[in-house]
Design a binder for this molecule. Sequence first.
Ligand SMILES: Nc1ncnc2c1ncn2[C@@H]1O[C@H](COP(=O)(O)OP(=O)(O)OP(=O)(O)O)[C@@H](O)[C@H]1O
Ligand SMILES: Cc1cn([C@H]2C[C@H](O)[C@@H](COP(=O)(O)O)O2)c(=O)[nH]c1=O
Length: 215
Amino acid sequence: MIQKGIFITFEGPEGAGKTTVITELAKRLVEEGWNVVLTREPGGIRIAEKIREIILDNNHQEMDAKTEALLYAAARRQHLVEKVIPALDDGFIVLCDRFVDSSLAYQGYARGLGIDEVLLINKFAIANTMPDLTVFFDIDPEEGLARIANNSEREQNRLDKENIQFHRKVYEGYQELIHRYPDRIVTTDASLSELEVTENVWKIIYFQHIKYSNS
Ligand SMILES: Nc1ncnc2c1ncn2[C@@H]1O[C@H](COP(=O)(O)OP(=O)(O)OP(=O)(O)O)[C@@H](O)[C@H]1O
Ligand SMILES: Cc1cn([C@H]2C[C@H](O)[C@@H](COP(=O)(O)O)O2)c(=O)[nH]c1=O
């Protein structure tokens, strides 16, 4: 079956502001009359949320990097078949907070497993389902972590608590992906105010993509 919907993913370092902005964008799209699914990785459905708890648990310090990569891929598979693909088949716009690029940047590059190796196991999980568009929220990792630290409602998980060298490597990993996939990944300056970032990302996804699509 030919995919009828639009699959847009959002990526970036910790605290880049993705969740804040995507929530507003989803609201606007619904107001404009579009059918929208707002979801996240790892998670979005029951089984994947359980896998998320296992991966991000602060007590699971002994988790092996390959185990971590496989768990993210397993959560991704279930989320795709149960939620994302059916929504795309029904013509929905799917906005997803993180997807395979997170695995490539965090496990492939920052953990040192290799981008190509992690892509390989993810190909088994996702087959041919890739985003139509990916927006990278560009922020200095220190600034993103400071935002999280200042948010008393946000509990820091096992990945948040990795050292700054790890988070800098994640950022470098994303730069590599932007270089590899220039047609799919668009960068936005995430250090601006919430309103400015929201407007800029709206312009990218709505005026450059959704408005003139056939959905
Ligand atoms: N443009 C912004 N300027 C300053 N603070 C912001 C901005 N956008 C979001 N924030 C704040 O930064 C924190 C992180 O934002 P948010 O949860 O949206 O980021 P995120 O990219 O989803 O993070 P993560 O992927 O690590 O969960 C929140 O406290 C949020 O209120
Ligand atoms: C999908 C995915 C995520 N991660 C990391 C990125 C974050 O540190 C957490 C998810 O937490 P968030 O607050 O929802 O952003 O998991 C990863 O390392 N690999 C992945 O594939």
